[in-house]
Write a protein that binds this ligand. Structure first.
Ligand SMILES: C[S@@+](CC[C@H](N)C(=O)[O-])C[C@H]1O[C@@H](n2cnc3c(N)ncnc32)[C@H](O)[C@@H]1O
Length: 278
């Protein structure tokens, strides 16, 4: 049984931080989320290392693979209301804000929210977990989940919130770790150390994985792809795009991506009531 995130209450949202989003006109105080859940505790403990690791432009995967592919899928965002779900320190929220979007970023880690606000006073950043976001129905034209679905322990409530918060015709874009990349113990090598193939095991199970690199220690959650897609397909959403993004072909360091890609990007559109696509 995976951990259940504690519910957050209204007093945890600072709605006074920005005038950029018309809903955010309250005055409540910001406090950090309770960290009863081990994955949330790990994210809080890793926040400083994560901020340092991302720098200004994100890590290599974001710069070389994910940002360029996402660019192809994003509509013109000027004037659009966008929720950045699990915004971290807000790097991609800032990209969207600079293009004229009205951005709300949510993240359960107060340190990330504080950092995002420092770097982008124009947007609204709130301390909240994906499973309970205290904003009105149909608030957003677009929800972006940029490498966050694997970090969320309970996806059912999070998916319900995403669908509730989108207006009919609105879009969800998910950038995710490939479900085929998470249930692996890595590459099997020959006697000379050359990579032969990468293993995949326990694919149809749901389980937690603890990962560590450069001072970052976090927990991800593996689920089969069908489970993740069906969460949305069963709730008034249609799949409109699916991409397995790759790095530039001439990048010798990352040829493994062409053999066993680590990422997927997909988009859904919310049907209007009655099942019509707008
Ligand atoms: C891999 S980071 C991605 C951050 C940012 N989207 C980016 O691409 O740089 C995952 C983020 O998910 C957040 N997160 C963890 N649990 C969450 C939850 N239950 N709801 C929303 N976000 C969560 C973490 O705090 C972290 O900021």
């Amino acid at each position: 049984m995976l951990g259940v995130l504690p519910r957050t209450d209204e007093s945890q949202y600072d709605l006074s931080c920005s005038t950029a989003f018309s809903l955010c006109n309250g005055t409540s105080k910001t406090v950090d989320t309770p960290d009863l859940d081990p994955s949330l505790r790990k994210w809080k403990e890793s926040a400083a290392a994560w901020i340092a690791d991302q720098g200004q432009d994100g890590d290599w995967s974001r710069r070389a693979i994910l940002d360029p592919a996402l660019e192809q899928l994003l509509p013109d965002v000027a004037g659009k209301s966008i929720l950045d779900l699990g915004c971290g320190e807000g790097r991609y929220s800032r990209v969207l804000q600079k293009r004229g979007a009205r951005v709300v970023g949510i993240d359960p880690v107060l340190r990330f929210v504080q950092r995002a606000r420092e770097l982008d006073p124009e947007s609204t950043y709130l301390v909240a977990s994906a499973g309970e976001i205290d904003l009105p129905d149909q608030s957003f034209d677009l929800v972006l989940s940029y490498l966050t679905l694997v970090d969320i322990p309970e996806l059912e409530p999070a998916s319900r919130e995403v669908v509730r918060l989108l207006r009919p015709g609105g879009r969800l874009i998910v950038v995710n770790i490939s479900n085929f990349a998470s249930p692996t113990e890595g590459w099997v090598k020959d006697l000379l150390g050359r990579k032969r193939y990468r293993t995949v095991d326990r694919y149809m199970e749901h389980f937690a994985l603890d990962l560590s690199w450069r001072g970052i220690n976090i927990r991800n959650y593996h689920r089969p792809l069908s489970y993740v897609l069906n969460l949305f397909l069963e709730q008034q959403m249609v799949l409109t795009q699916f991409v397995e993004p790759l790095p530039p072909e001439d990048d010798p360091e990352y040829q493994d991506e062409f053999r066993a890609p680590n990422f997927q990007i997909y988009a859904f559109e919310k049907l209007a009531d009655g099942g019509r696509s707008e």
